[in-house]
Ligand binder design. Structure first.
Ligand code: NAP
Length: 307
């Protein structure tokens, strides 16, 4: 019987692990399909306080893991297939094996939605990014392209004009899902050029292995064009990793956990942390803060229950 199982080993899960381990709760952390979460596919992290010279994303999450292990956390490579949350102890099925736990912290994150091109996947961290706040800084004075027609794409395009020589927004239709105010801001920004009815067929790279262009296709005319690009930002939404919860936890219409205040979910003893609930901030530091909150709530819950 575990005191706490933490699902996810990104910033939120690892921070929850540090806190619950220091509280002598011996947490079990399940790493999931993307150990280290989104930080593990980021290069330099320059906005996590405490690292004046910056730190590599994978190094930052690895440090958190080592810190949690030092206090007694156990990390298990594995994937949570199902949960039974109808009664306590909760049951969690990890690669076919059921484990029991008194509390559960869900920190399974949200995965960026990608276009799915092999070249895009290969060039993540080498010019391809899904996070303008994380990586925009690296494209100062460069050609930047943003893909998408929702609020995320509008926000990222606007934000990236702080850095880029020019930002080109490419959308597959000529209608926008984005709210009018966000769209209007983009239209009013002289550094943003819009290309509509256009999809990306390939992300191109040079001998140095970095992105240097894209191949675009107009879906109305069929015209194909190559264009030089240094930073390629995909902003077509995120997918929260909540399928394994099987409808037992209240989710919003997009699959994000609905918070019941603090780190609480609709089930007493089950807590949320990080991007699996947060669709607004999605930062390493906010995920870490949320992991801390979930850990403190789990600790207080266990104490209240006499464990
Ligand atoms: P979204 O609203 O679902 O928009 C996704 C966009 O990506 C759509 O324009 C969609 O095109 C496009 N897209 C999806 N798959 C694609 C593909 N395979 N190839 C090319 N384009 C593709 O997602 P979001 O912009 O991340 O926003 C999610 C939610 O967060 C929304 O409710 C939004 O309002 C909110 N949000 C709010 C703010 C803010 O207010 N500050 C900022 C960011 C996000 P189609 O339109 O053709 O489907």
């Amino acid at each position: 019987m575990h005191n706490v199982i933490i699902i996810g080993s990104g910033c939120a899960g690892n921070t929850a692990a540090v806190y619950t381990a220091r509280a002598s709760l011996k947490p079990l952390v399940i790493s999931g399909h993307e150990p280290g979460g989104q930080l593990s596919i980021t290069s330099e992290v320059e906005n996590f306080p405490g690292f004046p010279e910056g730190i590599l994303g994978p190094q930052l999450v690895e440090n958190m893991k080592l810190q949690a292990e030092r206090f007694g956390a156990t990390f298990r490579h594995g994937y949570v297939e199902a949960c039974e949350l109808g009664q306590r102890p909760f049951r969690v099925k990890i690669d076919g094996v059921w484990e029991e736990t008194r509390t559960l912290i869900i920190a399974s994150g949200a995965s960026a939605r990608w276009l799915g091109l092999p070249s895009e996947q290969r060039l993540i961290g080498k010019g391809v990014s899904s996070c303008a706040t994380c990586d925009g800084f690296f494209y100062r004075g460069k050609e930047i392209m943003v893909i998408g027609g929702g609020d995320s794409a509008m926000e990222e395009a606007n934000f990236l004009t702080r850095f880029g020589k020019r930002v080109t927004l490419v959308h597959r239709r000529d209608q926008f899902r984005a709210s009018k105010i966000m769209y209007d801001r983009v239209v009013a920004n002289p550094k943003i050029e819009m290309i509509l009815n256009t999809v990306i067929d390939d992300v191109l790279s040079g001998d140095d292995g970095l992105v240097n262009g894209v191949r675009m296709r107009n879906v109305v005319t069929g015209a194909v064009e190559d264009r030089p690009v240094d930073g390629f930002f995909v902003a077509i939404g995120h997918i929260p990793n909540t399928k394994f919860l099987g409808g037992q936890i209240d989710l919003d219409e997009d699959g994000y956990i609905v918070s019941k205040g603090g780190a609480r979910t609709n089930i007493t003893g089950v807590f949320h942390a990080g991007d699996v609930q947060d669709r607004t901030y999605r930062q390493a530091i906010t995920a870490a803060g949320a992991g801390c909150m979930a850990a403190i709530e789990a600790e207080r819950f266990l104490e209240h229950e006499g464990h």
